[in-house]
Design a protein around this ligand. Structure first.
Ligand code: AMP
Length: 732
């Protein structure tokens, strides 16, 4: 059974929003079609009409033509429609599919529950609308199932959801119930098992061998992990964007017997994946090394992923584009593996090129921070910067590069057809991969624990969301958030600094991971992985030469990635352990002076180029990014990145601490007085010159582009504003 993803390009901001849907139920009598419709209709805010041939003739059985007519009329009225009949073969569905058009989406929900269950339900039921009940039902259901022909996207469906057990049905029910009048669901085919594919056999073998491990996060609830596996038999895949996909999935259990595997292996709801950390991995060296399916699946099993602290509760195979699992497949995979090359470089085609392309230059930079090259059999875990589209679009937080055995004489460590050695190396590669995945789960587990303890840290929350965001229309919004520096993040965070994650006691958070710990005895701050970028640059500026404008022993200067003005630089302190202004003491005075002087030098350089600019140098009281950094920002605030009230207020209220004042305070009191009052960020918008209130950001921007009022006296003192020499003495 083939599974396909529609790759018809959809115009941006497509007009498909809020289109009515015709949902063609597909399932034997007793599979629960009517119950499904009724339950969705009872809880949905979208107007639905159920068309049932058993009742279409004034409560009595009617004709297909009557069903079609009623359905067309309901769709015309803007209502969505369930076609509640068996629709088990293509021919039965064809007429109803014609109801779909550019203004009406055609979906199928396939209730492919075990025949035994459908028969027993049909036999036992009473008062059935079509009177298919009692002893006769068994034969009818059996006969109908002979004709079963699963729907395909190529028939004209935009979305197909396959349900093979009750939890799949529940997930589909939740999906459709949550669908508001203006929502749409992603196109594609979800949860299909593939009885013909050999991969199913491979995974069945895999499942049969898997022992159920227990992954626990100290005292917290155990975290379920999911492993998604690209068709291991497939020859080197071509990543054209959308590949036709086959899929299967299953639950591993100690008790599984071979006969049962097929049944459990067939459960495949995309929705059920979303609660768990999930790894998607492509075939590693299988085609290069000419492993056959059995060998490759044996090797995966032999790696005993189970013992790498991964609870193999669910396995899915999903053949498709690993870089679009969420946007096109609805699968939330927070970790993806890359069949990398030894240089860890982009290019070369296949999955490696696809992942590097999709992740953008951020992945190359992040990779180089972890390793320069890779040996066969090894893997390297790379936290993906939030600036990467793979992070923001697909929710991928980590890429694990893996290198399998090499048969190419032009590359290092060629095996010269040594199959035995190749198997060992493939074994090592999968072991490294699962270990890497386990290490990412651990991090998420610890953060989950923090969250369980109700420490509402927005930083920790971000990471957890990466793994746990539920797939629902409502959450699509959330997943589309930008992962740049956004004070909007703190919207979620109420209360004191402690509560927003600035100072979480170590005892509560523990060490987050080697890159993410700030364990200084009493207090620790958990920085989300997206907040690490500046720290990484400060610690390894050589790797980031391309973004650094200046590197010295003390500081790194770079352009702000999301400048909030025509000129916006960051001067990063290079001292380890100096994450933010709150960490600063008198010992750092000299460093602060250096940062100030360097900032000033760059401002003066820009002023030579454009004397109309005016600069301010300062710190955010509570930074969003780890590593002490000084903002050098021109006061035009002419930038498309300045989008929100919090952006504006972070630079134009007392939240912004002028560098000159910080120097003075640290010099006299040993520390700066932080204005970490969150309400500063939600203050009304006021022009920084004339102080007039502005109703919204567009109006503010338009106002400041014309306002030539002098700056307020407080800014004119103490060299808080930096002007071109020719303007000195003039009220700016
Ligand atoms: P804050 O931590 O609030 O003082 O500001 C952090 C600044 O870092 C923001 O102005 C962001 O636009 C900027 N930023 C975020 N990520 C990066 C990055 N990868 N490189 C350079 N600047 C960044």
């Amino acid at each position: 059974m083939e599974m396909e993803i529609d790759d018809t390009p959809k115009p941006k901001g497509e007009e498909t929003k809020g289109k009515p849907i015709v949902v063609i139920l597909v399932g034997a009598p007793g599979s629960g079609k009517s119950t499904f419709c009724e339950q969705v209709m009872a809880s949905s805010t979208r107007p639905w009409v159920r068309i049932c041939q058993d009742t279409i003739g004034n409560g009595k059985s009617g004709t297909k033509a009557q069903c079609l007519k009623s359905a067309a009329s309901a769709l015309n009225d803007g209502k969505s429609v369930f076609i509640d009949r068996c629709n088990l073969d293509r021919e039965q569905r064809a007429e109803f599919l014609k109801l779909g058009n550019p203004n009406v989406d055609a979906h199928a929900v396939v209730l492919d529950l075990p025949a035994k269950l459908c028969i027993s339900r049909s036999v036992k039921r009473t008062g059935h609308e079509g009177n298919l009940q009692g002893g006769k039902a068994a034969a009818v259901v059996n006969r109908m199932l002979q004709k079963k022909e699963f729907p395909k996207l190529s028939e004209g469906f935009t979305r197909i959801t396959f349900c093979q057990n009750e939890s799949d049905v529940q997930a589909a029910h939740n999906t459709y119930s949550a669908l508001g009048p203006l929502d749409t669901l992603p196109n594609g085919s979800f949860g299909q098992k593939n009885p013909d594919a050999k991969i199913q056999l491979g995974i069945m073998r895999f499942l049969k061998k898997v022992e159920v491990p227990a992954y626990t996060v100290s005292d917290a609830n155990s975290i379920q992990s999911s492993v998604s596996h690209k068709n291991i038999e497939e020859k080197q895949p071509s990543y054209k964007g959308h590949d036709n996909i086959s899929s299967c999935s299953g639950n591993a259990s100690k008790e599984l017997k071979e006969g049962e595997n097929l049944a459990v292996c067939s459960s495949g709801s995309h929705a059920s994946l979303n609660d768990a950390p999930t790894l998607a991995f492509p075939s590693i060296s299988t085609s290069d090394f000419q492993f056959n399916l059995d060998k490759a699946s044996d090797i995966i099993v032999e790696t005993k992923a189970a013992q790498k602290n991964i609870e193999l509760n669910k396995f899915f195979t999903f053949v498709g584009d690993i870089t679009k699992l969420y946007s096109e497949g609805g699968l939330r995979c927070n970790v993806i593996a890359n069949a990398a090359n030894w240089r860890l470089k982009p290019g070369g085609g296949g999955v490696n090129a696809a992942i590097f392309n999709a992740a953008g230059p951020a992945l190359e930079v992040a990779t180089k921070e972890q390793a320069q090259s890779l040996h066969p059999g090894k893997a390297v875990v790379v936290p993906l910067p939030p600036t990467s589209p793979l992070f923001s679009r697909e929710g991928v937080t980590h890429v694990i590069h893996v290198l399998g055995p090499n048969m190419n004489q032009h590359r290092p460590n060629c095996l010269n057809n040594d199959y035995i050695k190749g198997c060992q190396i493939l074994h090592e590669a999968y072991t490294s991969l699962f270990e890497g995945f386990a290490s990412t789960i651990k991090t998420q587990g610890k953060l989950a624990k923090v969250s369980n303890e109700n420490l509402d840290s927005n930083w920790a929350q971000e990471v957890i969301e990466g793994a746990n965001t539920k797939h629902s229309p409502n959450n699509d919004q959330k997943s589309k958030r930008e992962h740049e520096h956004e004070y909007d993040r703190s919207k979620k965070c109420k209360g004191s600094q402690d509560e927003i994650g600035a100072n979480i006691p170590e005892s509560k958070i523990g060490k987050v991971d080697k890159n993410n710990d700030k364990i200084d005895g009493s207090m620790a701050k958990a920085w989300g992985s997206w907040a690490q970028a500046l720290h990484k640059i400060a610690m390894h500026p050589q790797i980031h030469k391309d973004v650094a404008l200046e590197i010295s022993d003390d500081v790194v200067v770079l352009n702000d990635l999301y400048p909030k003005a025509r000129r916006h630089l960051l001067v990063l302190a290079r001292s380890e352990g100096l994450d933010r202004l709150a960490d600063v003491s008198k010992d750092h005075l000299q460093l602060l002076k250096t940062m100030h002087d360097v900032g000033l030098k760059w401002a003066e350089k820009f002023l030579q180029e454009d004397a109309s600019l005016i600069f301010r140098l300062g710190y955010h009281s509570v930074p969003s990014m780890r590593q002490l950094h000084l903002h050098v920002i021109s006061q035009d605030f002419d930038s498309k990145n300045l989008k929100h009230k919090k952006h504006w207020n972070s630079f134009n209220t007392a939240f912004f601490l002028d560098s000159v004042d910080v120097l003075e305070e640290v010099s006299s009191h040993g520390k700066a007085t932080l204005r970490d009052d969150e309400s500063l960020l939600s203050m009304e918008l006021r022009c920084h010159r004339c102080r007039s209130a502005q109703p919204n950001i567009p109006r503010l921007k338009s106002h400041i582009s014309n306002c030539r009022a002098p700056f307020p006296p407080s800014l004119l003192q103490n060299s808080r504003l930096v002007l071109a020499p020719c303007n000195a003495g003039i009220d700016p």
